[in-house]
Write a protein that binds this ligand. Structure first.
Ligand SMILES: [Zn+2]
Length: 149
């Protein structure tokens, strides 16, 4: 683990490095607390740059069928990640996407400020689940999203 990774400043300076290597385990700056959107959410303790890959989904707990609380990661597979992914709330105006192009990982779709909740659009990646009413409070809220209870 490079020491630079724990810095909360100079984020722009190290962007190139982060893009060229995806070996960083970024959990130290992600934390769980109660969310205004729903239940418990994942928040960041530092700014995250637009385009930054900030979390690699651990693939230790995989299923090949629809399971509650698991995220669809393509190739008929669902992953359960109690550390981070299972707690990320849906937003119709998300700041993060689940990128499946190389390996499952989280990428910031805009600059995320220290203290913000990490959100993704479940409707983009989920397969199956029930429509539940959305409480994301964004101006373009679609009113519902898909979730497996
Ligand atoms: Zn919404």
């Amino acid at each position: 683990m490079e020491a630079e990774y724990n810095k909360t400043t100079d984020a722009h300076e190290s962007t190139q490095k982060k893009r060229s290597s995806r070996k960083h385990i970024c959990k130290p700056f992600l934390f769980k607390v109660p969310s205004e959107i729903h239940g418990t959410g994942i928040f960041t303790q530092r700014d995250i740059n637009k385009g930054e890959v900030f979390y690699d989904i651990p693939l230790k707990v995989l299923f090949h069928e629809l399971r509650p609380r698991c995220a669809f990661i393509g190739n008929n597979s669902w992953v359960s990640d109690e550390e981070v992914l299972n707690y990320i709330n849906h937003s119709c105006d998300p700041n993060t996407k689940l990128d499946l192009t190389i390996e499952p990982r989280l990428v910031a779709v805009r600059t995320i400020r220290m203290g913000e909740e990490i959100t993704v659009d479940y409707n983009l990646t989920e397969r199956g689940g029930n429509r539940v009413s959305c409480n994301c409070q964004s101006s373009n809220c679609g009113g519902y999203f898909l979730r497996k209870e």
